[in-house]
Design a protein around this ligand. Structure first.
Ligand code: S3P
Length: 433
């Protein structure tokens, strides 16, 4: 069977994009809905679920733990087993490519009875786990990594609350500690972050009936005896909407409207950046769905000028920074990103994979230890061959680069988009005028 890494796809130039798009449900929220649904008493029904390779890994790990978790199209159903009801399986739990699953479930397993082993694919096996293991050990968990990486072994047991200052701004680490805090002997378990990160866990814990208090940069949770099952529609994933927003702005003669997108302010840094670069964007039909802000977003082609992104803004658009590099490449002036060393420990080292991908199509981009500098030229790049480094976000910028190029782009490893957005290429193609 050909692997995702070998998959090739050629994207020809487009001359204007137009239409309406509804992106899959948010990946961060979808993972969390399965995990909290598993701990609830009763059946959770999650509609507009973001079905992808990553969230499928979460459902299958939960099944290994004795939870009936099913994904059928965009509906996910979970029969919860109660907060301490996960059962240790004999085999290792395979988290695939999903860093969010690996980090969040470590917190949950630390407070369950039994021994667990967490493994993942090649990329996940190179992602740091001590950032999660350290605070969990402080809570009394017995957890061992393999020189700082998966496989991770956890002996579940009794946990005590901690007050923890995160050394890196990471919603995954924050969430892992909060989930462990649900199972601690007493409360509160408190997490403080150097800069506010996405707060989906906090919002969903409140919806499930947990006692939690939070404000930007800090959250405290108390142990629970039971959680309520969840029933809601997942907002569209801002990170899956972002490529459409970017290409709609960059390509002349375009107008794209993305419907039902999550616009939680901890996620929409890319929108603010586009606006400050001069993009024509309207955000309308604002509403609240499942405690999360949702809106429709329309963009049309605009001339953009360069901007800088620094450490304080980085967590608000962490997954959009490769995309930002492409946008910067087609804007007037020189753009920089700094304070983004976290990009080096994502699905790929995104500072070097982004730099390599864009250089391959003639962009003048310079790699720096904590970000990059891009010399913008607002004309179509020639085209070329982009290698995704096994990273779904690089596959996406490869596709946009192809549409925006003069000669087309060949993407090697194109099928990695399935990690977050199966069907991405078809939706993009349907917008060609
Ligand atoms: C995520 C948090 C971010 C993000 C990842 C999803 C989450 O990671 O990059 O794609 O769902 O909590 P970090 O928290 O490690 O920055």
């Amino acid at each position: 069977m050909p692997s995702r890494t070998d998959s090739l796809r050629r994207i020809e130039p487009a001359h204007g994009l137009e239409g309406d798009v509804a992106v899959p449900g948010d990946k961060s929220i979808s993972h969390r809905s399965l995990l909290l649904g598993a701990l609830a008493d009763g059946r959770s029904e999650i509609k507009r679920f973001g079905s992808s390779a990553d969230t499928t890994s979460t459902a299958s790990v939960l099944r290994q733990l004795g939870v009936d978790a099913r994904i059928d199209g965009d509906l996910a159903t979970v029969d919860g087993v109660g907060v301490r009801g996960l059962k240790a399986p004999a085999e290792a739990l395979d988290c695939g490519n999903a860093g969010t699953l690996l980090r969040l479930i470590s917190g949950l397993l630390a407070g369950q009875d039994g021994s667990f082993e967490l493994i993942g694919d090649e990329s996940l096996s190179g992602r740091p786990v001590e950032r999660v293991a350290t605070p969990l050990r402080e809570m009394g968990a017995r957890i061992a990594s393999t020189d700082g990486y998966p496989p991770v072994r956890i002996e579940g047991g009794s946990l005590h609350p901690i007050s923890y200052e995160l050394p890196v701004a990471s919603a995954q680490v924050k969430s892992s500690v909060l989930l462990a805090g649900l199972l601690a002997e007493e409360g509160p378990t408190e997490v403080r972050e150097p800069r506010p990160t996405r707060d989906h866990t906090e919002r969903m814990l409140a919806a499930a009936g947990a006692r939690i208090s939070y404000s930007p940069g800090r959250a405290s949770v108390w142990p629970v005896k039971t959680l309520r099952p969840l029933s809601f529609d997942v907002p569209g994933d801002f990170s899956s909407a972002a490529p459409f927003l970017a290409v709609g702005v960059l390509m002349s003669g375009s107008r794209i409207r993305v419907h039902g997108v999550g616009v939680n302010p901890t996620r929409t840094g890319f929108l603010s950046v586009l606006e400050r670069m001069g993009a024509r964007i309207s955000v309308f039909n604002r509403r609240t769905v499942a405690g999360e802000p949702v809106a429709d977003i329309e963009v049309s082609s605009s001339e953009l000028t360069a901007t800088s992104i620094g450490a304080s803004e980085v967590p608000l658009l962490i997954d959009e920074l490769p995309l930002f590099a492409l946008v910067a490449a087609l804007s007037h002036g020189e753009s920089t990103v700094w304070g983004a060393e976290e990009l080096r420990v994502k699905e790929s080292d995104r500072i070097s994979s982004t730099t390599r991908a864009l250089r391959a199509i003639g962009v003048r981009i310079e790699e720096r230890p904590d970000g990059f500098r891009v010399r913008g030229v607002p004309t179509r790049p020639g085209g070329g061959h982009i290698e995704t480094a096994g990273d779904h976000r690089i596959a996406m910028i490869g596709a946009l680069a192809g549409l925006l190029s003069r000669d087309g782009v060949q993407i090697e490893g194109a099928d990695w988009v399935e990690v977050s957005y199966p069907g991405f290429f078809d939706v993009l193609d349907s917008l060609r005028i």
